[in-house]
Design a protein around this ligand. Structure first.
Ligand code: NAI
Length: 293
C-alpha cells in the first residue's frame, strides 16, 4: 500500500500510547480514521483533540476488541460512514504479569482475549471486507519483542505475543496464496513510553479475580519499579508510528524497532540449534534492562 490520502484506517487501542500515535500519523498522511477503544472517556478526549487538527473524519467507537461482535460493529460503522477500510491496526493490548501456574483462569482469559483473540477476530472480520474492496490494503498486528525472544518472567504476555507473530507469518503466506491486494506486518517493539503498565484500568469486571492478589514482596516491588522506569525511558510512540509507516510502504513483514534486542534474538535461535539453555533469572533481566541504542 503506497497511497494513504483519503483512505480509511481502523486503529484498535487508539485512545492511548502506540495506538494514539498511529492515529496521529494516519491523520498526518491525510487518512480518515476510526478509533476503537474500550476506555470511553480517554477515547472521546483523544478523538476530540485529533478531530480539531484535521478536516478528515475522526470516528471514535467504544468497543471491547476481545469480542468479535464488537469488531463487526466497528467494521460496519466504518464501511457505512467512511465507505471502506484500507489500513487496519490490530493494536490494542494489555500487559499481564505472572507465571504460568499462579495466573488464574481469569488472568489467562483477559490477556488472551485482548492480545490474541482480538487479532484473530480482527482478521476474520476485516480481511473479507478488504478482499471484497479489491483495493490495496495493509494490516499491522502489534505483537512485541516479547513475541520473538525467549522467556521474560511474563508467561501470559509472551504466549499471546508469540501467537500474534505466528498468526501474522501465516497471514502473509495466505494473503499471497489467495492472490489478494493486502499486505501485512507484525510490529514487535521493545520498550515504549506508554500507559501499558496500568493496563488493569481497562480490565472488565467479569474478568477480575475474586480474591485479592497476594501482597507484593520487596523483590516484586523492586522489579515493578525497574520495569516502570525502563518504560518511562523507552522510545516515544510517535517514533514507532514513523517506523511503522516506512515498513508499510516497503511491504515489510517484520517491524522491529529496538536494535539492542538483536543479540537476544540470535541467542535464542542459536540456543535452539545448538541445544544450549537460555540465560535465566537475573542474568536475563539484566539483558532486558539494557538501555536503548
Ligand atoms: P496503552 O495502555 O498506552 O494503550 C493500549 C490501549 O488499548 C489503551 O487505550 C486501552 O484502553 C486499549 N485497550 C485495552 N483493552 C482493550 C479492549 N479490550 N478493547 C479495546 N481496547 C482496549 O499501551 P501501549 O503500550 O500503547 O499498547 C499498545 C500495544 O503495544 C499493545 O498490544 C502492547 O502489547 C504493545 N506493546 C507495547 C510495548 C510498550 O513498551 N509499551 C512494547 C511492545 C508491545
Amino acid at each position: 500500500m503506497q497511497d494513504f490520502a483519503g483512505k480509511v484506517a481502523v486503529i484498535t487501542g487508539a485512545a492511548s500510547g502506540i495506538g494514539k500515535a498511529l492515529t496521529e500519523k494516519c491523520i498526518a498522511e491525510g487518512m480518515h480514521v476510526v478509533m476503537a477503544d474500550i476506555e470511553e472517556a480517554a477515547l472521546e478526549k483523544a478523538a476530540a483533540e485529533l478531530q480539531a487538527t484535521t478536516n478528515n473524519q475522526v470516528l471514535p467507537i467504544v468497543a471491547n476488541v476481545a469480542m468479535e461482535a464488537e469488531l463487526r460493529k466497528v467494521r460496519d460503522e466504518a464501511v457505512e460512514t467512511l465507505g471502506g477500510v484500507h489500513l487496519l491496526f490490530n493494536n490494542a493490548g494489555v500487559g499481564g504479569g505472572g507465571n504460568s501456574w499462579n495466573a488464574t483462569q481469569k488472568d489467562w482469559d483477559w490477556v488472551f482475549g485482548v492480545n490474541l483473540w482480538s487479532v484473530i477476530y480482527g482478521l476474520r472480520v476485516f480481511v473479507p471486507q478488504m478482499i471484497a474492496q479489491e483495493t490495496p490494503c495493509h494490516i499491522v498486528n502489534t505483537a512485541s519483542i516479547a513475541g520473538i525472544i525467549g522467556g521474560s518472567t511474563n508467561a501470559l504476555y509472551s504466549v499471546t505475543k508469540h501467537g500474534v507473530v505466528a498468526l501474522t507469518e501465516n497471514l502473509s503466506v495466505d494473503l499471497k496464496e489467495e492472490d489478494t491486494n493486502i499486505g501485512c506486518s507484525v510490529l514487535c517493539p521493545g520498550f515504549v513510553n506508554t500507559n501499558i503498565f496500568n493496563s488493569g484500568r481497562n480490565r472488565p469486571a467479569d474478568l477480575a479475580n475474586r480474591e485479592d492478589p497476594q501482597p507484593l514482596t520487596p523483590e516484586d516491588e523492586q522489579r515493578i519499579a525497574m520495569f516502570q522506569e525502563i518504560l518511562r525511558q523507552g522510545m516515544q510512540p510517535a517514533e514507532i508510528a514513523e517506523i511503522v509507516f516506512d515498513a508499510i510502504r516497503a511491504d515489510r513483514l517484520y517491524i522491529l524497532t529496538h536494535d539492542h534486542f538483536d543479540e537476544m534474538i540470535r541467542d535464542r535461535a542459536e540456543n535452539m540449534i545448538n541445544g544450549t539453555n537460555p540465560l535465566m533469572g537475573e542474568a536475563a533481566l539484566a539483558n532486558l534492562a539494557k538501555p536503548a541504542d
